[in-house]
Design a protein around this ligand. Structure first.
Ligand SMILES: [Zn+2]
Length: 66
C-alpha cells in the first residue's frame, strides 16, 4: 500500500502570463528542488518554463483551499 502522505500536489504556472496551466504531483521526500518544466502554454501559444508555484498536501487540497 502506498503512503499518500508522501505525495504533494503542485501547481505549474507560466512565467509570462501567470496562467496556472498544469497540476502535477511529486514526492516531497525525494525532490527538494522546485519543479520547473517546459510546458506548452495555450495562452502564450508557445512552450515556456513553467514553475512550481505552490505545494499542497493532498488532504488539504481535497478539503478546500485556505
Ligand atoms: Zn503563458
Amino acid at each position: 500500500m502506498a503512503k499518500k502522505a508522501d505525495r504533494v500536489l503542485v501547481t505549474l504556472a507560466c512565467p509570462d502570463c501567470k496562467e496556472r496551466t498544469y497540476h502535477s504531483e511529486r514526492t516531497s521526500a525525494t525532490t527538494r528542488d522546485r519543479l520547473s518544466l517546459q510546458k506548452f502554454c495555450p495562452r502564450c501559444r508557445k512552450h515556456t518554463e513553467h514553475r512550481e508555484t505552490r505545494a499542497l498536501r493532498w488532504p488539504r487540497a481535497l478539503h478546500g483551499r485556505p
